[in-house]
Write a protein that binds this ligand. Structure first.
Ligand code: SF4
Length: 262
């Protein structure tokens, strides 16, 4: 891999031969997504996730051996069909999961191909990956949609099963590379809606100069049936979606700190 100085941060030039042949495992695609980044987006959901978020609505993406194996080239051929919609709407390609950083070479190669076609690239990630792995993908990423699960490290572990320090390292890395970020925060009653947690989220966000906004996502029950179908017991039994008053209270707490919420 060649590394050159360029624009903002660093640019990694991945050798072209073989790049299109690189394979990855995907769960599914959505050709015209409207909620995972700006404009209309071709969203690729990757297979495999090391986290076990209690509110996960896609537990069928967890197993890294599941899903379908595809090549970067075949995916790009599919993506090409939607370029007019992307260009018209200011959209692009978003890679989500599962956790995309589990397949860094595949995502980096896909994003590199997209960029050659002038397509905007967005990474929707928990940020849970070793720094060198995250850096390889971030070098090809135009926008990071970073899911901060829980800013309190102890509560992060209880909510997701994994250590919360890696996502912070990824966030700092993205900021240092000059990559715009949208922070996503799922509001779960009793798990992430404590004012102290929201204050800690604001503290964290204000250390990251490339954050453009925070998106507050209310917890919902739409994925519960998938847990049942997989034969695993649901981890938030009895927890209901947050009321509008909670969402508004958290929104205000963040905007009072000068953070854009949208
Ligand atoms: S990171 Fe996403 S896919 Fe993985 S467990 Fe959490 S919510 Fe589910």
């Amino acid at each position: 891999m060649t590394e050159v100085a360029g624009g903002v941060g660093r640019v990694h030039l991945v050798p072209t031969p073989g790049r299109a042949l690189r394979t990855g495992r995907i769960h599914s695609v959505e050709s015209c997504g409207a909620v995972d980044g700006p404009g209309l987006r071709f969203v690729v959901f990757l297979q495999g996730c090391p986290l076990r978020c209690r509110y996960c609505h896609n537990p069928d993406t967890w197993d890294p051996r599941g899903g379908t194996e595809v090549t970067v080239g075949s995916l790009v051929e599919e993506i090409r069909k939607y370029i007019p919609y992307m260009k018209f709407s200011g959209g692009g390609v978003t890679v989500s999961g599962g956790e995309p950083l589990l397949q860094p070479d595949f995502v980096a190669a896909l994003f590199a191909e997209c960029r050659q076609l002038g397509i905007h690239t967005a990474l929707d990630s928990s940020g849970f990956a070793p720094a060198e792995r995250a850096e390889r993908v971030l070098a090809q990423t135009d926008l990071l949609l970073l899911d901060i699960k829980q800013p309190n490290l102890l509560r992060h572990k209880a909510l997701t099963g994994v250590d919360g320090r890696r996502p912070r390292t990824t966030a700092r890395l993205a900021a240092a590379m000059g990559i715009p970020m949208w922070i996503r925060y799922v509001v779960v009653p009793g798990w992430t809606d404590d004012p102290a947690d929201v204050e800690a989220l604001a503290d964290l966000v204000l250390t990251l100069p490339t954050v453009e906004k925070v998106e507050l996502l209310p917890y919902h029950l739409l994925g519960k049936h998938k847990w049942e179908a997989l034969g695993i017991s649901y981890q938030l039994e009895g927890v209901l979606p947050p009321p509008a008053t909670t969402m508004e209270r958290i929104r205000k707490q963040l905007t009072d700190r000068g953070i854009r919420v949208g």
